[in-house]
Design a protein. Structure first.
Length: 247
């Protein structure tokens, strides 16, 4: 084992040892939010974001998935001081605490926790399909958000392909709407990676936004390719609505 591997293992072991305490800190922040303490929401978000980064760095994918979904809940507008909302937040904390009991132990099944995470997503953010929008241009992103918002969906927006791919490997979506060309990783490559994965978004429907006529491999199963022309807005609204009706 070289020096770098030794350091990484040390940091990983430190994370495992500190994980329960960090979960306790997150729980305290949620309870502080319930009491109306100033800055408590920011503390919650900081704790969750930090745990998400550590989970990703050390290969604990379910920790990352829980934190991704918890962040989405915090950003959804559903997180308030109402008891039901606080109960959902504490349920996310409970999932992390239960992960803290098994993280780092080889061969321990986390299938039950994964099912509970999916159930929690449906109950804590109910009634709306979730669309991931990847668009690097702020003006075009705003336009697409306006079209999709009219369908009553929850929209998660990204402007970089790598960030979007990471999120899709950990959080389920009902539809992907994306510009073909992105600053870092183009959407065709993202879809190819998803189709080869065994993740939750392996078969996610895709609407590609591009005037590029370069053929796309059929096995990627792109649902539609829309040009940015005079019919773009009605076409996006119509096709997205049709796809989501069948979900």
């Amino acid at each position: 084992m070289n020096e770098f591997d030794t350091l990484l293992k040390q940091l990983r072991d430190e994370f495992i040892a500190e994980f329960p305490e960090r979960c306790d800190g997150l729980e305290e922040a949620v309870l502080a939010f319930e009491e109306g303490r100033e800055g408590a929401f920011d503390d919650i978000y900081r704790h969750v974001h930090s745990l998400k980064g550590s989970g990703s760095q050390f290969g604990f994918s379910l920790v990352t998935s829980i934190c991704h979904q918890f962040e989405s809940f915090l950003s959804s507008g559903n997180f308030t001081t109402e008891q039901l909302s606080l109960s959902y937040a504490l349920s996310y904390v409970d999932l992390l605490k239960r992960m803290a009991e098994v993280v780092g132990h080889e061969g321990v099944s986390t299938q039950d926790l994964e099912h509970e995470l999916d159930d929690l997503r449906k109950s804590s953010m109910p009634g709306r399909a979730t669309v991931l929008l990847i668009e690097p241009s702020p003006s075009r992103r705003k336009m697409c958000q306006g079209v999709l918002s009219s369908l009553g969906v929850r929209i998660v927006a990204q402007d970089r392909g790598m960030f979007a791919l990471e999120q899709m490997l950990h959080e389920p979506f009902d539809l992907l709407v994306a510009a073909r060309e992105l600053p870092d990783l183009n959407t065709v490559a993202i879809v190819a990676a998803l189709r080869e994965s065994n993740g939750r978004n392996k078969n996610v429907p895709v609407i590609l936004v591009s005037s590029n006529t370069t053929p796309i491999p059929e096995h990627l199963a792109i649902n539609a390719v829309l040009a940015r022309d005079a019919q773009f807005i009605p076409n996006l609204a119509k096709i997205a609505s049709e796809i989501l009706k069948n979900k």
